[in-house]
Design a protein around this ligand. Structure first.
Ligand SMILES: Nc1ncnc2c1ncn2[C@@H]1O[C@H](COP(=O)(O)OP(=O)(O)OP(=O)(O)O)[C@@H](O)[C@H]1O
Ligand SMILES: O=P(O)(O)OC[C@H]1O[C@H](OP(=O)(O)OP(=O)(O)O)[C@H](O)[C@@H]1O
Ligand SMILES: [Mg+2]
Length: 318
């Protein structure tokens, strides 16, 4: 199986060959059938996939590479009072003889977007990087490029405008439909990768918290824990007796509790644990949280027209 990743991810799967490639080449090689799976930014997928119906998104939100594809114009000169794409389109300056000059690496999505937004007189130039310098260099009036923090735009005295975002993007996992259907074993590997990604993304948001608590029974400790809003865990707390030897006698007057808590609620959870007598709080990161069958798998099967769906998929669709 051949998959291509732009970013280094640890994959411990057999029967999988991983290639690191330039983003646009990943999409091109999916189209040509040289790769089966790929991880790229949604922007690159849309730009180089150009609506090819053999390409399919397997996971649409891998939670990294967040950015947007946006139109930006100078914040000075004739553009100073222009704050929307509508106002840009209505500027009298753009004529057949003197069109709006746009620099972009997105030569498929850029022209399509400006046409859809009523800009008739536009020409495009392209470059592989540092597009933000084009207006100051006098070789373009506007740019269509990726924006994340907005720092590069600011440094170049450029601004985004209302209605100027072409696409919100992040890393996605993509595949060739034909490969998924025809290549033996690919669907199984895709399922496993998808499950691991989902489980990992779910885990990123959580900590495991272990604490000790004095109590008379597991039920009595459970009642105290469940009285606190941030301590209910995924299903509920796991509570086990802690055995101690006191004056030669084995006693279980302490209980160990294990819960998962949202990262942003960690401190609140520690305070709530303390308030009900918790001590010795240990906090560790989680690698995976496997839950029920992911709806994305069921959606993939349905998009591929494969209706040997599992019972979990039946439940998800009912
Ligand atoms: N500033 C940014 N912040 C977050 N994500 C970004 C940023 N810039 C780009 N990306 C994402 O990373 C992907 C790769 O970026 P980019 O195209 O700059 O890669 P590259 O390694 O420079 O490739 P190339 O050499 O072909 O230009 C983009 O498609 C986009 O999804
Ligand atoms: O909004 P910001 O956080 O400033 O990020 C945006 C910049 O990041 C990307 O460039 P990259 O660093 O990949 O360089 P390149 O354009 O030369 O590929 C993009 O092309 C912008 O220039
Ligand atoms: Mg780049």
């Amino acid at each position: 199986m051949r998959a291509s990743l732009r970013w280094p991810l640890v994959v411990t799967l057999t029967n999988l060959e991983v290639w690191f490639q330039r983003p646009k080449d990943i999409v091109r090689k999916l189209v040509s059938g040289d790769l089966d799976l790929g991880i790229v930014g949604l922007d690159t997928f849309r730009e180089y996939g150009q609506g090819n119906d053999d390409l399919i998104i397997v996971h649409d939100a891998l939670a990294f590479g967040d950015c947007r594809l946006s139109l930006a114009i100078p914040n000075y000169g004739i553009f100073e009072s222009i704050n929307s794409i509508k106002e840009l389109a209505q500027m009298p300056q753009w004529t057949a003889e003197k069109p709006l000059r746009v620099a972009t690496g997105f030569t498929y999505m850029g022209p399509k977007f400006l046409k859809e937004n009523g800009l008739q007189h536009v020409t495009f130039s392209t470059a592989d990087g540092a597009l933000e310098a084009a207006p100051a260099m006098g070789i373009a009036d506007a740019i269509v490029d990726l924006v994340s923090s907005g720092t590069t735009l600011k440094e170049n005295n450029l601004k985004e405008i209302e209605g100027g975002v072409l696409l919100e993007s992040q890393a996605v996992m993509v595949a060739s439909k034909k490969s998924l259907i025809q290549r033996k074993g690919l669907l199984d590997i895709t399922h496993e990768i998808l499950e691991r990604f989902e489980a990992h993304l779910r885990a990123l948001d959580q900590f495991t918290v272990v604490a000790n608590m004095r109590g008379t029974s597991a039920e009595e400790v459970a009642v105290r824990i469940l009285s606190q809003p941030s301590l209910s865990g995924l299903q509920g707390p796991t509570i086990s007796p802690v055995f101690r030897k006191v004056d030669g006698v084995v006693k279980s007057d302490f209980y160990a509790i294990v819960i998962c808590v949202r990262k942003k609620l960690l401190y609140k959870s520690v305070q709530q644990l303390r308030a009900i007598g918790g001590s010795g709080v240990l906090v560790s990161p989680l690698t995976y949280i496997f839950d029920e069958e992911t709806p994305r798998w069921c959606e993939l099967l349905s998009k591929l027209g494969l209706f040997f769906a599992t019972s979990a998929c039946d439940e998800a669709s009912s």
